[in-house]
Design a protein around this ligand. Structure first.
Ligand code: HEM
Length: 249
């Protein structure tokens, strides 16, 4: 099942440029269905099997979202940890918060959101307009396909002074949605329904790690990447090559 999913995802990245592999997709969805039928106690499949469903609900088409979209959560959590490793003051505040208020950890949630603002895991949001729109260079008819390129807004240093700086406080104040172009989980009716489950699980993982370990930048010659400069963060950060030092508390 995992092999099928990996291959389908690799091809999915090419969108319309690659042919669809309907047989493999069917086989993959059938294996997900087999897990749902088995509903092993304590598993996500058991929970899905017990959840009230209408005749239009297709749980085997919902579970893949859990299977692939949590990859993004772990990349973002790893990048959040890289930010914390470079920022002892925020880390200490986050650790205190985790020790005293867990699971209510707004600073860790904000750190996750900052990681996703700085390095969005869904950089392209696709939409079709429902009415005609007017732009500086002319107007576009209803039904036009649009691409919202999230990094363009997230790193816009003409409107956001903190564009390239680690600034968790951006996420600690309530804001008017319409005036807030930072959309790591999209926005409006298309908001990611996994947003809260991602933020809850990832901040719980970070809280646990901070409780047990101290993290600092890897300044050794073996480090595969430059230490992060929190005041001028790079446009991309591979979660696979960034590294930091850990020691037990
Ligand atoms: C870091 C992790 C994640 C990020 C940054 C993220 C981000 C997003 C974004 C930006 C969209 C909207 C895409 C669009 O409008 O074109 C979306 C949609 C969606 N996400 Fe997530 N997501 C994450 C994890 C998850 C997880 C773990 C789940 C499920 C457990 C999930 C479930 C969904 C679903 C079902 C949609 C489609 C919603 C719809 O079409 O109405 N996401 N996500």
């Amino acid at each position: 099942m995992t092999n099928d999913l990996n291959q389908l995802r690799a091809r999915g990245n090419l969108a319309y440029l690659a042919p669809k592999h309907r047989k493999q997709r069917k086989r993959f969805l059938n294996s997900v269905r087999a897990y749902l039928n088995r509903a092993e106690p304590g598993s996500l499949a058991a929970m899905a099997a017990q959840t009230p469903a209408t005749e239009n609900t297709v749980p085997e088409q919902q579970l893949p979202q859990w299977l692939f979209a949590f990859d993004a959560a772990s990349w973002a959590a790893f990048r959040a940890l890289s930010l914390l490793a470079a920022d002892p003051v925020t880390t200490e505040a986050a650790r205190n918060e985790a020790v005293t208020h867990f699971p209510d950890v707004p600073l860790l949630r904000a750190t996750m959101l900052e990681s996703l603002r700085l390095w969005p895991t869904t950089p392209l949001i696709l939409r079709d307009t429902t009415e005609s729109t007017t732009w500086r260079s002319g107007s576009l008819a209803a039904g036009t396909s649009m691409v919202v390129f999230a990094p363009f807004f997230h790193r816009d240093d003409e409107t956001l002074a903190e564009a390239h700086r680690f600034t968790p406080k951006l996420w600690l104040t309530d804001r008017d949605d319409t005036d807030w172009p930072l959309v790591p989980f999209s926005g409006g009716p298309g908001l990611c329904p996994g947003r809260n489950v991602v933020l809850l699980t990832a901040s719980a993982v970070l809280a646990e790690l901070l409780d047990e370990h101290r993290f600092s930048p890897n300044n050794t010659s073996e480090a595969s990447a430059e230490p992060l400069n929190l005041h001028n963060l790079p446009g991309t950060l591979s979660p696979f090559s960034s590294s930091f030092m850990t020691r037990r508390r």
